[in-house]
Design a protein around this ligand. Sequence first.
Ligand SMILES: O=P(O)(O)OC[C@H]1O[C@@H](O)[C@H](O)[C@@H]1O
Length: 147
Amino acid sequence: MRISVSSDMDEGVARQLVAELRRRGHTVISHGALQPDEKDDWAFCSEAAARDVVEGRADQAVVCCWTGTGASIAANKLPGVRAALCTDGYTAGGARRWNDANVLALSLRLTSTALLSEILDAWFDGAPSQEPDDQENIAHLGRIGLG
Ligand SMILES: O=P(O)(O)OC[C@H]1O[C@@H](O)[C@H](O)[C@@H]1O
């Protein structure tokens, strides 16, 4: 898949994330502190990565900041983005299954190398639920304006 990645700082697992995505065969587009000469404040680089998804340049995005909160909030401002801040594999799998999340938000403070691997395993193994009640919830997101 084409994965757009942003981070507001070149710390923690930010670069490991890019390397790990490439190792798994994904094409990575980098933003923020991972991209020379690009604005690295969290609202701006998270928007850039999420916009890649909305505008079709990427299939999914991973947005990172120190807590993960700013990155997730910024990404979720774009219509069609369902960004989920995930701190473990179970949450990441659930975000794909129940929320049809298309943007993974990560905390650089909390995400260890081991957790990163577990989160990515669960995220990419996960697929949106076909259960009617789950699909109804996702459809309702579109009706309340966030998609
Ligand atoms: O005040 P700055 O350094 O811009 O942002 C601090 C942190 O605020 C949070 O949303 C993010 O975790 C970001 O890394």
